[in-house]
Design a protein around this ligand. Structure first.
Ligand SMILES: [Zn+2]
Length: 295
């Protein structure tokens, strides 16, 4: 799933490619991806992409009326790529709207010059979401976001306030969008590995020094990932993300820091990876699936 660094890179890539282009049409190929109906997608016709941005893992395309045409202020085309969605830039899109079907295409934005992008998601059930709103905060998932970890206002004191009194595991807390915006399963694994902290530590049990270290690792890990993705086109981002990860999705491989074998704990619909030597004093964490298999 694209997380804060990938969405930031997508926003930057789209700014380079699409800013100033006039929108011809927006089409949905899968009805369930469009979460709003007022204003309708037809309101985008003739508008230009003025700016791009990001809220947590949400991508924001700010559109404005082309000079001298049409009423109204900005309209925000907001995209959440969910677990398996992706954005694909196309230099030449057909003039005809896409036919709804069972393929990966979920949404298409076409500019008047024929270029544009597709939002795709494999599988019959599309989870990616598109919103057209007059203000980003009208998207419920944006209104409920916690602080952005790259905002200067996200200080070690703010993080301490977030963790204080929470009897929940740090791994789950880091990827809770209502607590901190933009961190998902992959970067929470990476952050905890870099902080040499067990994913099962209780948030409230961190000392002041550990909170300060965790804060610096959160900001550093995300900034490094953004720096690696800078200047990459959408098509190259996934490969780059994968290459930059140290423990996430690397169970069975050696930890690049200490050489121990990266291990996994699996849950109903996800899994976490960690290094026992770096993070849990050399002791493997209990894994329900593994223990069930061994019974
Ligand atoms: Zn290690």
């Amino acid at each position: 799933m694209p997380e804060l660094p990938e969405v930031a890179a997508l926003a930057a890539d789209l700014r380079d490619r699409a800013a100033g282009r006039v929108i011809d049409r927006a089409d949905i190929a899968e009805i369930s991806v469009l979460k709003t109906y007022d204003p309708p997608l037809t309101a985008l016709r003739g508008r230009i992409i003025a700016e791009t941005g990001r809220y947590g893992k949400f991508l924001d395309l700010v559109t404005e009326p082309a000079a001298g045409s049409g009423p109204g202020g900005p309209l925000h085309l907001i995209v959440h790529l969910a677990r398996a969605g992706w954005l694909r830039w196309r230099d030449n899109l057909p003039e005809q709207p896409p036919r709804p079907g069972k393929g990966p295409l979920a949404f298409r934005l076409r500019f008047a010059d024929g270029a544009g992008f597709d939002l795709t998601e494999a599988g019959t059930r599309k989870r990616l979401a598109v919103y057209l709103v007059t203000e980003p905060r009208l998207v419920p998932g944006i209104a409920s976001l916690g602080p952005d970890p790259l905002d200067p206002a996200f200080t070690p004191e703010v993080l301490a306030g977030i963790l204080a009194g929470r009897r929940t595991q740090i791994k789950g807390l880091l990827r809770d969008q209502g607590v901190i915006a933009g961190i998902g399963n992959a970067y929470s694994d990476e952050i905890l590995h870099a902080a040499k902290m067990s994913p099962f530590r209780l948030a409230a049990s961190l000392s002041a020094d550990e909170v300060a270290e965790l804060h610096s690792v959160i900001v550093g890990t995300l900034r490094e990932a953004i720096a690696r993705s800078e200047g990459l086109a959408a098509g190259d981002l996934k490969k780059e993300k994968k290459a930059g990860l140290r423990v996430h999705a690397r169970a069975g491989q050696p930890c690049p820091v200490c050489g121990d074998t990266v291990r996994e704990v699996s849950f109903a619909d996800s899994a976490l990876q960690y290094c026992p030597t770096c993070q849990t004093g050399g002791k493997p964490l209990a894994d329900r699936r593994m223990s069930r298999l061994l019974k």
